[in-house]
Design a protein. Structure first.
Length: 330
């Protein structure tokens, strides 16, 4: 992402200090290119076109051959356009500039006074990075959330929603367990969960194979997939959905940590005391997560069965994608 090179504390400081001036600069820069913008949702289509054109040709430094200048230029475009979008949302629904520590992303907090969190910088990054158009539709989704939550039609029962997410994770785990028994292997798979309040269930699952994605790229790729899911309506009722979380299934090696707390002297694949496990990570926007582990038993390359299943809280790691602590995030 274009903001990923900035340290979180630096990005936080920039957002709080320059959020409002950045919105004004974005509008002025667009007007300088002959595009009249104002802080109204009807400007979002023109703003979207301007953002994509600026990303392609250069925002402040067109035709720059300096890679650092280009990176700065793109980061500036993302954060100024995000500030512009945030200004419209705050004007129409209320809220205040905030910063989410889990995603390390700028946001608008407490939209509508209802605890709704809006990630305008992440949305503009999806626009330029994936060509994901629809800023006006994004605005409409925020308006929907303000309307529905304000009317009491969306009630977040965290215990109940956790059971729904956990139930789907175990179903997916059962399917992948059958695959492991049959083939002896499993490609790591990521399943985002989008919850439909109207259907009171998780909408159809999007499967993201993790083949070819380096570990250090996993969080960014998964985060993009999770938030992209919210662009699509529920497959059953075509209504809006909320971000509930994800499940991630994979085979891994587990090795004992030395008693002195130091790092093991051999990698997991070469460690003499290694144990093969089938692991599921379930993480949600409910502030709850769990790691589900079963030992894999083999005879040669053939899987003969699984050991007892244990579940414990997730303690981080490169294959763990932190999420906001509310499903009411966009």
């Amino acid at each position: 992402m274009s903001l990923s090179s900035l340290e979180p504390e630096k990005l936080r400081d920039i957002w709080f200090k320059f959020g409002s001036p950045f919105a004004e600069r974005f509008v002025n820069n667009a007007r300088g290119k002959g595009i009249g913008l104002n802080y109204d949702k009807d400007s979002l289509k023109s703003a979207e076109d301007f953002i994509l054109e600026s990303w392609k040709k250069g925002y402040m430094f067109p035709r720059s051959t300096d890679s650092q200048a280009e990176a700065y230029d793109k980061a500036l475009l993302v954060i100024q356009s995000a500030a512009f979008l945030a200004r419209i949302i705050i004007k129409d629904f209320g809220g205040e500039l905030g910063f989410d520590d889990s995603l390390r992303q700028p946001c608008v907090e407490n939209v509508g006074g209802l605890g709704i969190r809006v990630f305008t910088a992440l949305r503009t990054q999806l626009l330029v990075g994936r060509g994901l158009r629809g800023l006006k539709q994004y605005y409409d989704r925020v308006a929907w959330a303000v309307r529905e939550v304000g009317a009491g039609r969306i009630i977040i029962d965290k215990d109940r929603l956790w059971k729904i997410a956990e139930g789907h994770a175990y179903k997916l785990r059962s399917v992948d367990e059958s695959t492991i028994r049959k083939t002896g292997d499993l490609n790591p798979v990521f399943f985002p969960f989008a919850y439909c309040p109207k259907c009171d269930d998780i909408t159809s699952l999007v499967v993201m194979p993790v083949i070819g994605i380096r570990k250090e790229e996993f969080q960014e790729a998964a985060l993009n997939t999770v938030f992209t899911m919210l662009e699509a309506p529920c497959d059953k009722c075509e209504g809006q959905t909320l971000l509930l979380g994800y499940s991630f299934n994979h085979l891994a090696w587990m090795i004992p940590r030395p008693k002195d707390g130091s790092m093991p002297d051999k990698p997991p694949s070469q460690h003499p005391d290694r144990r093969e496990i089938f692991m599921t990570i379930v993480n949600t926007t409910l502030g709850r997560s769990v790691s589900i582990i079963s030992e894999v038993h083999r005879s040669g390359n053939k899987v003969t069965g699984f050991g007892g299943t244990t579940a414990s809280p997730v303690r981080g790691g490169v294959l763990f994608v932190p999420l906001p602590d509310t499903p009411l995030c966009f």
